[in-house]
Each structure stands twice: as C-alpha cells, then as structure tokens.
Design a protein around this ligand. Structure first.
Ligand code: GLN
Length: 497
C-alpha cells in the first residue's frame, strides 16, 4: 500500500478491516515516522512502542478470528499527556509529576482501548494546560510542522503537531479556553470542544473544572466525528457528565449540508488586532456558506468583550484550588525530604521547584481573586459576566442555528514572540473562550492559508449545548466545498519535513 501515514482514520480502519493492511503495519509505519521526524517537531513526550504494537497485534488477532472490528479498530492516536494511562507516565507537561506512573486509566483512555484504538504515546502540552503555544511545557517547546520556528498552538500543541506532521491520524486534546481549537486553527487541522460534560473528566488532570472539556482532534471532520463517538457518553465517575445519548455526530459528518440553515456572524469578533489574511479567509468562508444555501445573519453578543477578563479570574481561581493537591506527598516530585524538614517545608520546596512561572502566576492570581474581602469584587463579578455571556448565546441561538467566527485572531506566531508577554499570549483565545464559559459546543476547521504568510487559518463554528451534531453537519459541508474548490489545505499543501 501507499504511505500508511497519509491515510485518514476512516481509510485506515477500512484498510485494516478489509485485510488490505494490518494494524501492526499501520502502527509500525507511524512509529517509524515518529522516529524519523519527531526529534525536529517534539510532538511526543513519551512514545509507547511496546504498548502500541501489542494493541495492534490484538486487533490483527481479532480479525484473524473473524471477530467484528469497531469503526476505529487499529487506528493510531496521539494522546495529550493530561489523561492518566495505567503504567505509562503522565506529566501534564510539568516537572511536579516527573516520575509519576498512574495506577489507573482515565475513562477516556479506557474507552479508546475498548474501541481498539492504538495509543502511540503522550503528547507535549503547556504545563497543566495553561498557555496558547506549548512553550510553557517543562520539557521544551513543540514546533509547528508548517514552520518549525513557529508555535503549534497550545495548550495541546503536541497533539495538533502530531496530526499536521502525519505522526498520527487521530489525537486527543482538552479545551478549557481554546486548547483544542486554537492549536487546530494554527496547524490546519480539525479540533472539537464538545458540549461541557460530553466527555468524561475522570482521570483528566484538572485545571479549571467548570471549563475543562476533552475532545477529538483529526485531519478531517469525519475522523473527528468517529473519535467523538468513541470517547463521549455518560460516566458515573464524573459528576458533571451528561446523562443523555451522544448526538449522532458521525451521521451528521456523513451528511454535510447547510441549506436553509441560519448562520450567525458574531459582530464582536473582528477589527483591531485581527490579522488581515485571517479576516479575508473568514469572509470567504461566510460567502461560501451563503453560496451553499445558508442564510447569513449578523448577530451581536456585547458581553463577549468581557469574556477574556472573566476567564482570567475564573480559570485561575479554580486552578489555585485544584493544584493544591500537588503537595509532594501524593504524586511525583518530592524536594528537600532529608529528615530535617517539616512536611510544610517539603511541600513548599517541591512546589517552588516543580511548578513553572505561568502556573505560579495563575495560582497567585486565583488565590488573590478568592481571598476574603476581594471574592465578590473579582470572582463574584466574573461569575456574573459568565451569566451574561450565556444569555448572549441564548439570545443568538434563539435566532440562528450556528454561529461562526475566526478561531484565532492571527496565524501561528514565532516561538518566543509572546513568551514574556502574558497579555499578548492570552489574546490568542479571544474567540474561543466564550464557548467554554457558556459550556456549548464548538469546532475549528481549516479554511485556507493566510495570503501574507501562507499559514493555516481556522474557521470556528459554535452550536448550542447538546447540539454537537450541527458542528459536524456544517463542518462537513464547508470541508467538502473547500476541498472541491481549493484542495485540502493539509493533504495537498502539507509541509515536508
Ligand atoms: N490558552 C488558555 C489558557 O492559557 C486556554 C488553555 C486551555 O484551553 N487549556 O488558559
């Protein structure tokens, strides 16, 4: 067969099921690709060669016995290093978990294994998922396969870079403020933040629990849908898990259609700070939707202007509480435990040595925002803004079926450019954060390359909570129209590494 790393997940599963190739050959082709290029990209923190080959052998054995294979059986996947994996290191991009081997699988990990997905390894990320560039990883940055001197987005830059460099056809991300969608946008891949509560958070290391949501990453809309169906669904181990059937996302992805659909363009996304080429591609996408039969409506969501400010109070507040568990006693790193120090001193020394600068900044911000006397002014106000944002969405979705916007204001910026300027870094999530605060569903998919720098631009589609299938119906229609007109941005203009 031709190069097995160039297939989509759907094609890979079909080729394995028909016996055209074996799961072991597919896994080996991807492991070889990782060995050949990942030194340059640095998408992976840990490659589980033995685990991947064992999982692939099990798929081939099932097939040999005539057992029925699931829709993703034998398909390789890159797993963000925020999900626990039994017996395989999980670092969350932090030194504080260095050396910790989880004794259990996250629900998501277990579901992937039950679906016979072949987990290749764990991908690089900003420490504790705090960042938009993967530069906050304690283990060094990841390069964007389109230009290795640029960021692959964050926090899930390792997962998006693995897809864009053909080291895996599927990947998993988590999205608290944009960490699935922004990396997808800047690498020319597809990323979906499902409705809050759709994918279990059990075994996903917590950053901001009321915002965190795991989701699928892929190179095509259909592949993302197949992965979405494999990982979503009720989990009694997560108290915020949705106890309702998963929307029919695969069916939606196979039936892309926007005829008669009302599509809202959010007026507040655009203007100053947005790159020209990003807006050019966005306006083209809106025109394309119109040509495909959608009705375009301008909508206003005035509270979105305050989303970033509210997020940077709520997320740090929750993280300051969640990260208290890293006390040097339970997991990973322990510094200064020489028999002369108290437990409190060992905890303090460990947290000083184990957490990076951005994580410390967030813990301090959050502790301050929650402190007595300031709680109402900061955390309380931010929660009120959150309610206003949710109402803006409700009003908009009373009038339209989906909303669209650019995913990010700019294309991939150079590594180092925003590293010392947290505010500039935070702006990368301007368009993605409102959906986390409201808990609805959103997708980023490629909509061409920016004329001025030749780098991928992402189109964001937002659907009401529990209507994740709409993302896939619209996404599939846009993807096929784009591909017919301009070719697939990743499959044909992919960077050669
Ligand atoms: N970039 C945002 C932050 O730094 C979002 C991160 C995320 O979604 N995990 O918090």
């Amino acid at each position: 067969m031709a190069d097995l790393t160039r297939l989509t997940a759907a094609q890979t599963a079909a080729a394995i099921a028909s016996g055209e190739t074996s799961a072991v050959d597919v896994a080996q082709a991807h492991l070889d690709r990782i060995a050949a290029i990942d030194e340059k990209v640095h998408a992976f923190l840990h490659v589980d060669t033995e685990g991947a080959l064992a999982a692939a052998r099990a798929v081939d054995a099932k097939r040999a016995k005539g057992e029925e294979l699931g829709p993703l059986a034998g398909v390789p996947l890159a797993l963000k290093d925020i999900f626990t994996t039994e017996g395989v290191p999980t670092t969350v991009g932090s030194k504080i978990l260095d050396g910790w081997i989880p004794p259990y699988d996250a629900t998501l990990t277990r579901r992937l294994k039950e679906a016979d997905v072949v987990i290749l390894g764990k991908t690089n990320m900003d420490e504790f998922a705090m960042g938009s560039s993967t530069e906050n990883s304690a283990f060094g940055p990841t390069g964007n396969p389109w230009d290795l001197t640029r960021i692959p987005g964050g926090s899930g830059g390792g997962s998006s870079a693995a897809l864009a460099s053909f080291q895996a056809p599927l990947a998993i991300g988590t999205d608290t403020g944009g960490s699935i969608r922004q990396p997808a946008a800047v690498t020319g891949t597809v990323g979906v933040k499902p409705t809050y509560g759709a994918v279990s958070r059990y075994g996903m290391v917590a950053f901001s629990s009321s915002l965190d949501q795991g989701g699928p990453c892929a190179r095509t809309v259909l592949d993302a849908a197949l992965l979405h169906e494999a990982i979503a669904g009720h989990d009694p181990l997560d108290s915020t898990s949705i106890d309702a059937p998963v929307p029919a996302v695969v069916e939606a992805a196979r039936n892309g259609d926007v005829r008669g659909l009302r599509v809202g363009v959010v007026k507040e996304f655009g203007g100053e700070g947005y790159q020209d080429g990003v807006m050019t591609r966005f306006h083209e996408s809106v025109e394309l939707l119109r040509e495909l039969g959608a009705e375009i409506v301008e909508v206003s969501c005035p509270s979105f202007t305050y989303a970033l400010a509210a997020y940077y109070l709520i997320a740090p507040s929750e993280c300051s509480s969640n990260l208290a568990r890293f006390d040097a006693m339970r997991y990973g790193l322990r510094v200064g435990d020489d028999g002369t120090r108290s437990a409190e001193e060992v905890t303090a020394l460990t947290r000083e040595a184990g957490f990076g600068a951005e994580v410390k900044r967030r813990i301090m911000l959050g502790t301050y925002a929650l402190s007595s006397g300031y709680y109402d002014a900061y955390y309380g106000s931010a929660q009120k803004v959150r309610t206003l944002i949710t109402r803006d969405f409700e009003r908009a979705f009373g009038d339209v079926d989906v909303l669209v916007s650019p995913t990010t204001p700019t294309t991939a910026f150079p590594i180092g450019e925003r590293a010392d300027d947290p505010m500039a870094m935070y702006l990368a999530d301007l368009c993605t954060i409102p959906s986390n605060l409201a808990g609805n569903a959103a997708m980023s998919l490629p909509c061409g390359l920016a004329p001025e720098d030749g780098l991928p631009v992402g189109l964001q589609i937002i659907a009401p909570a529990l209507a994740d299938d709409r993302l896939y119906r619209v996404g599939a229609a846009v993807e096929s129209a784009f591909t017919a007109r301009w070719g697939h941005p990743l499959l044909e203009e992919a960077p050669t590494l």
